[in-house]
Design a protein around this ligand. Structure first.
Ligand code: ATP
Length: 316
């Protein structure tokens, strides 16, 4: 089986249970939850039984242990997670507004994540990889961007593949070097996975079908557009495959896109047809939104099979 790696942040998330006027009036918090988009992605790939690993860094603290043990227990290769001698594990505080939007306070850039780079252990992991998944959220430091460039070069040189989920937060776009880093990821990607209107940040076209055509003409093999509660679409040279979402109660949307992405990439690397891969990825996303905590709703293949069987579908 092909080995997937990703490079980026591991954090703990602390969540406001009750919302009010920002964090000032948050009454109670829950957590810490294992989190970080690349960590959620790799946890989900591991749970599906795909060989996978992450290049990252945590502090020499309980939050680091919580994350590393979680990934290790779920089957991910944690050999390239460095332990920073002094800086703490990254953290994120999240609160949900009544309108469904989220506010975050991040402490990532100056956390242990600042040490993420191509250590000898990371180089060894890249050596074993067939596929690199790039997440836009990880492109916040020069060290990570350089590591992703080098891993991209090495994996492509040996015939491997790249997927890219821009996962963009508005405030990130103006960071120095961010647009160049996103452009470099796009140029090298085989499978592009934006959510909704994110695609237009990468195209001249302002209409979806034209935007996809523009990307395919630039050499991207396939595009998957995530559409939240509407499901997802897959596009390649032969056209569009549409798959509606499963109807579930959304308890916590954080991590749905990362879980969906890991399931789709896993199925794609296993050579599964797009319609089937979309069903499995939609089921994975639906299970993720049904559970509180960013990484608490990741699924094993048995859980996905049970979810589908309960809906008279067999996807696998
Ligand atoms: P995030 O950045 O919050 O992780 P995203 O914007 O990358 O998410 P979404 O499109 O929100 O990704 O969700 C990914 C997938 O998860 C969807 O394509 C869908 O399959 C599933 N999903 C998301 N929200 C829901 C929902 N409310 N009901 C059912 N499925 C959902």
């Amino acid at each position: 089986m092909k080995k997937i790696i990703t490079i980026g942040e591991i954090v703990v998330e602390i969540m406001a249970v009750e919302t009010g006027n920002g964090f000032l009036s948050a009454i109670s918090l829950i957590g810490p939850f294992a989190s970080g988009a690349p960590a959620i992605f790799i946890d989900q790939a591991a749970k599906l039984g795909q060989p996978c690993g992450i290049v990252s860094a945590v502090g020499n603290d309980d939050f680091g242990v919580l994350n590393v043990e979680r990934l290790r227990n779920d089957g991910a290769d944690v050999s390239a997670i460095a332990v920073h001698p002094t800086a703490a594990t990254g953290s994120a505080f999240v609160r949900y507004r009544q309108d469904g939007n989220r506010d975050f306070i991040f402490n990532i850039k100056h956390s242990a994540c600042s040490a993420i780079g191509l250590t000898p252990q990371a180089e060894a992991l890249v050596e074993t990889a067939d596929h690199l998944h790039i997440m836009g959220s990880a492109l916040f430091s020069d060290g990570i961007v350089a590591a992703i460039h080098e891993a991209t070069r090495r994996i492509k040189a040996k015939g491997g593949t790249i997927s890219f989920d821009p996962n963009i937060r508005k405030e990130m776009l103006e960071l120095p070097g961010m647009r160049e880093a996103l452009g470099h990821a796009l140029e090298n990607t085989d499978l592009f996975m934006p959510s909704g209107a994110e695609i237009f940040l990468f195209t001249q076209a302002t209409e979806e079908k034209a935007a996809v055509a523009e990307l395919l003409a630039r050499g991207i093999k396939a595009v998957v557009i995530k559409r939240g509660a509407e499901g997802a679409s897959y596009f390649d040279a032969s056209g569009e495959t549409i798959a509606p979402a499963f109807k579930v109660e959304e308890v916590d949307p954080t991590g749905a896109g990362d879980s969906f992405g890991a399931a789709f990439v896993t199925c794609w690397l296993r050579g599964m047809a797009a319609d089937k891969a979309l069903v499995i990825a939609n089921a994975t996303g639906a299970r993720a939104v049904g559970v509180k905590g960013p990484m608490e709703g990741t699924s094993s293949m048995a859980e996905i099979e049970a979810f589908l069987a309960a809906r008279n579908l067999s996807g696998v």
